[in-house]
Ligand binder design. Structure first.
Ligand code: ATP
Length: 235
């Protein structure tokens, strides 16, 4: 579904992604694991058109989206939930969700997706009139995910959805990611919480200082001593 071929991405002189190649098959959950600053967020931003690679190609469903505008990439079926949530703080929950559908014109489909999002996140339905800046961190994460789903993506990019959340809420968010995937959306997940990420992923890539250094099935990586020592706290 997604084929990233040897991309190089720079911030000025900083070489943030070095010949990175990553594939995602339809229906999968693929996770990117790596330390702070490894380049994981940079990879998601490059897919969604917020950054442009200097070299390399990104193909989505067989078509090149390399260097295309972010808006076009959303239209093609890729939604990005950025790190830190970034909801529109002065808008209500409902208005934030409406914003997620701003490129769509199919009113009936949009109504159905409101219902789907409220079914996935009943808390958002309860809070639909509340100003989003006053939501808790976990509720804002739910809203950011719900807003992305309102674009009806076929591929959902999630950047650190568990960051700063209490353990019980982390479990809930991961359960919902698995539900979203089971309902047919392919997921690419960036996580510091490698244990949780590998527990729901089909496959994973390990990124170190901008390079893909390891890839495999989630089970293979969980069993690898190298991964256990570096990313799973030695367990
Ligand atoms: P984290 O989990 O801490 O977000 P990450 O793996 O997502 O880490 P990136 O945010 O992709 O890492 O950063 C990759 C590298 O690019 C880092 O060295 C970072 O300092 C650098 N970088 C990221 N954003 C910028 C920017 N706007 N300007 C300059 N350098 C940047």
């Amino acid at each position: 579904m997604l084929k990233i071929e040897g991309i190089n991405v720079y911030y000025g002189h900083i070489h943030a992604l070095k010949d990175a190649s990553v594939d995602v098959n339809q229906g999968e959950i693929v996770t990117l694991i790596g330390a702070n600053g490894a380049g994981k967020s940079t990879l998601l931003k490059t897919i969604s058109g917020l950054l442009k690679p200097k070299q390399g190609n990104i193909l989505f469903e067989g078509e090149s989206i390399t260097g295309r505008q972010a808006q076009l990439i959303v239209k093609k079926g890729i939604s990005h939930v950025p790190e830190g949530r970034r909801v529109f703080a002065n808008m209500s929950v409902e208005e934030n969700l409406e914003m997620g559908a701003f490129l769509r014109h199919d009113k009936k489909g949009i109504r159905e997706d409101f219902q789907k999002v409220y079914d996935l996140f009943p808390r958002l339905y309860e809070r639909r009139k509340q100003q989003s800046g006053t939501l808790s961190g976990g509720e804002q994460q739910m809203l950011a995910m719900g807003r992305a789903l309102m674009a009806r993506p076929r591929l959902l990019l999630l950047d650190e959805p568990s960051m700063g959340l209490a353990p019980l809420l982390v479990k809930t968010i991961f359960r919902i990611i698995a539900e979203i995937n089971a309902a047919g959306t392919t997921v690419m997940l960036v996580e510091q919480n490698a244990n949780m990420a590998l527990s729901i992923a089909n496959r994973a890539y390990v990124i170190e200082t901008g390079r893909v250094v390891l890839q495999g099935s989630a089970d293979e990586l969980r069993a690898s001593d190298q991964i256990k020592m570096a990313y799973l706290g030695g367990h």
